[in-house]
Each structure stands twice: as C-alpha cells, then as structure tokens.
Design a protein around this ligand. Structure first.
Ligand SMILES: *Cc1c(COP(=O)(O)O)cnc(C)c1O
Length: 421
C-alpha cells in the first residue's frame, strides 16, 4: 500500500519508495530490516551529535516530566530564559536580544520583518526591500523564497507570487582569497547599494558558505567589507547562520572567522542538535532599542505558537553543553584535516574530467561536477556501500555529524571519490 505521506522535493511519478527508519545511533541510522546507513549529511545538516545521543535524549525526557509546552506570550520559563542567556554568551559580542521561533525559515521571516519595522520606526518607511545574493537559500516560506536565488534556485515557479527584492552577484573569491580578489565582489555589492540603498532595509547573507545554493564558499574579508558597506548606506546586516552556525565552518559561527557581529543573526538546524525544530533570531541594541517607544507601532508583531518551546530550549541547552564539554571545535578541526587530505589533496580527483571543483570548509566538503547528470546513480551506489549521500544538482557533498569517527569519515570520502574511479 502506498503511504499518504507526501515527501519534500520529490517527483511523485518517479520517486522510489522511501526506506523506513526505525532508529539510529551515533553517525548511523537503522532501517526496517536491519540495514544500517552512515549518514554523510547528518539529516539536512542538523544532527550534529548523531542519533540517540544519551545526554540529549535524557534532557528531553527530564524536561517532558516538568513542562512540555506553555505560550511565551506574557509568560516565561527557565529553559527559554537560560537558552537566551547562553546564546547571548556564545554568539559574537553585541547580539544581546533573542527572539525565538520554530524553524529556520520563520527565523529569517522574523529577521526581515524586524529590519523593515526598524527602518519604519526610524522614519524611513521607504526602506522596505531586502538585498540578497545570487546562489542564496534562506528557506521555503513566501518571504524566504523571495530572497532565494531567483534563477538557479528552486522557486522560480513562484516568481509571480513573490515580492521583488534586489540581488547582488554571489561572491566568487574563495575562502583564502587575497584582498584584491575580494574587492571585485565588494565592488559588485557596492554598485547595487549605490543604486537602490534608499529602498533597502537589510543585506541578507549566509556568511562564508552558501549552502543549499551550491556550497559556494567565500572569504571572511567579504563579510567585513559587506559590514562597512551596510554602515555607509544605512542598511542592516543579517547573517543567516541556520546552516553555518554551531561549528559547520570550523568556528562556532561563521561570523567568528571575521571577528565581527552582524546586526541580526538567525540560528536553527544545529541549535537543538537536530532533536527538535527551533530557531532563534538575535539582534543587537541598535535594532532592539528602535522598538522602545510609545506608539502601538513599536510592538514587534510576530509570535509563533511554539516559540520558546521548553523541550526545544532544554535540548538546545544540552546540545551546547555537550558541544563545549566534548570540545567539538577540536573534533571539527580533525574532520577538516581529513576532508582536505582525502578530497582537496587528491590530484586525480581534482583533475577528473567530470569534476569542476573540490571545496572544503570546516566540516563541509563538496565535489562540484560539470553536469548534474554525472551524479545520477551515486546515491544508490553509496547506499549499497552503507552510506547515506544525497547529492543535489551538480553538488556531491558531505556535512557529517561531528562525532563521526575517523574510520567512518574515510569510508564516506572513499565512497564519494569512488564514484569517479
Ligand atoms: C535550512 C535553511 C533554512 C530554512 O530552515 P528550515 O528550518 O528548513 O525552515 C534557512 N536558511 C538556511 C541557510 C538554511 O540552510
């Protein structure tokens, strides 16, 4: 019997039946029938501790016995208060105010609404559009779709339904680029700001790593340069760290590579270690204080039912504690060394006629091919070798759980390279 479950991003006619997962442990999940798959993607990049982590499971159990949910409108509770304080502590200096929501997309919607209302409250109602980057991905809700790459992104079908924003070219200078190479990217950003700043509320970006738009990596100098441009043109800087946050780029946050803080930062995915859906939009005093005033228009009109859910906050607190207690940044540095050695330094792979580029940043690696068709069948081959790989478009990538042991990691890179042998 076919299941009534409608799967995401799936072509209904050609999709094969989805394997049923019955459990998991560490970097692997287990299918009905006993097959075990090593998850090279840690479930859309969020299960950073792997499956069934005892401390995370215990935290949820314990919290469930105390308080599963209560509204955050007019009330508060210990897990929400504590998590907000912890996020202020671990994020870059100055992000002192935390607005909770229930998913990365909603966290970005909150950021965009905050930016528009900020300018309205300061007497600039004309600044109501966003500036986003080509190759961006910020989520699947309408507001977010409108700031995803309008051409290569997956939402071009909906263009008639979406508000229009501005776009600058995706940065092309790599992570370790010289300042001169970055200045070309910044000049392109400046050109759009010069022309349209009077209607731009915020510049949005996935700092250092444009993830779902093709794992495009860029330099910390680009972040710094973008911040200076935002100040010059009275535009708020929003970092969407939904994918990059919690270690993915090698530091706790991508912003840490540039030693800077944006005006607004959005976190989700790794926030709860993937154990429950949740998000946080952090803002600095400049943004927050603009909302202090006497008129009804000073209230921020947003409030997801499940914002600050106690179970989600509690498991997020435990996730952060494990991250620090077990020195995850060192584990990530180890994964990075391995990924560089196995993929980046493999000359045969880099020179393979189908391969356009190989990139590694933190615990992220991608083999970009010239034609998407060159990756057809790789997921099946990987599964036959015990690995769950989900390439999309021209990108064969891994974003493993940080607890993935070295031997398992080499198996994943072996399967990725094996496709090209
Ligand atoms: C996944 C993702 C989102 C959307 O998060 P959801 O929880 O799926 O709504 C937004 N921005 C980035 C950078 C993401 O990777």
């Amino acid at each position: 019997m076919t299941s009534p479950v409608w799967h995401p991003y799936a072509h209904l006619k050609s999709q094969s039946p989805a394997p049923k997962v019955i459990g998991g442990e560490g970097p692997r999940f287990i299918l009905e029938g006993g097959e075990q798959l090593l998850d090279a993607t840690c479930s859309w990049w969020c299960m950073i501790h792997g499956y069934a982590h005892p401390r995370l499971v215990a935290a949820i159990r314990e919290q469930a016995g105390e308080l599963c949910h209560v509204m955050l409108g007019g009330l508060t509770h210990e897990p929400a208060d504590r998590l907000a304080r912890e996020l202020v502590r671990v994020t870059p200096e100055g992000l002192d105010h935390v607005f909770f929501s229930d998913s990365g997309s909603v966290g970005m919607e909150v950021a965009m609404k905050m930016a528009v209302q900020y300018h309205r409250l300061r007497g600039n109602p004309g600044k109501h559009r966003m500036l986003s980057l080509m190759k961006a991905y910020h989520g699947d809700t309408a507001g977010c779709m409108a700031v995803c790459d309008p051409e290569e992104g997956m939402h071009s079908l909906f263009s008639g339904y979406l508000p229009r924003h501005h776009f600058a070219p995706a940065p092309a200078a790599p992570f370790d680029a010289e300042p001169e190479a970055v200045s070309a990217d910044l000049a392109a950003l400046r050109a759009v700001l010069e022309q349209h700043h009077h209607e731009i509320a915020a510049l949005l970006m996935e700092p250092l790593l444009q993830a779902a738009g093709g794992l495009n990596m860029t330099s910390p100098l680009y972040l710094k340069g973008a911040q200076a441009l935002c100040e010059e043109f009275d535009v708020l800087l929003v970092f969407d760290e939904v994918a990059t946050g919690f270690g993915r780029t090698g530091k706790l946050f991508a912003a840490d590579h540039a030693d800077m803080a944006p005006d607004i930062m959005v976190l989700s995915k790794g926030l709860t270690g993937g154990y429950l859906g949740h998000a946080a939009t952090l803002a600095n005093d400049k943004v927050h204080d603009a909302f202090i005033g006497d008129s009804p228009a000073h209230a921020f009109m947003h409030g997801p039912t499940f914002m600050g859910n106690p179970l989600a906050c509690r498991v997020a607190l435990e996730s952060l504690a494990v991250f620090e207690d077990e020195r995850y940044l060192e584990k990530i540095a180890g994964l990075n060394r391995l990924l560089r050695e196995e993929l980046l330094e493999d000359e045969a792979l880099r020179r393979h006629p189908q391969v356009r580029d190989v990139r590694v940043l933190g615990a992220t690696a991608v083999i970009e091919v010239k034609n998407a068709a060159d990756l057809e069948g790789v997921a099946n081959l990987a599964r036959a070798r015990g690995v769950w790989l989900r390439p999309f478009g021209r990108w064969l990538y891994t974003m493993p759980a940080y607890i993935t042991p070295e031997e398992d990691m080499r198996h994943i890179t072996g399967v990725m390279k094996g496709w090209f042998q």
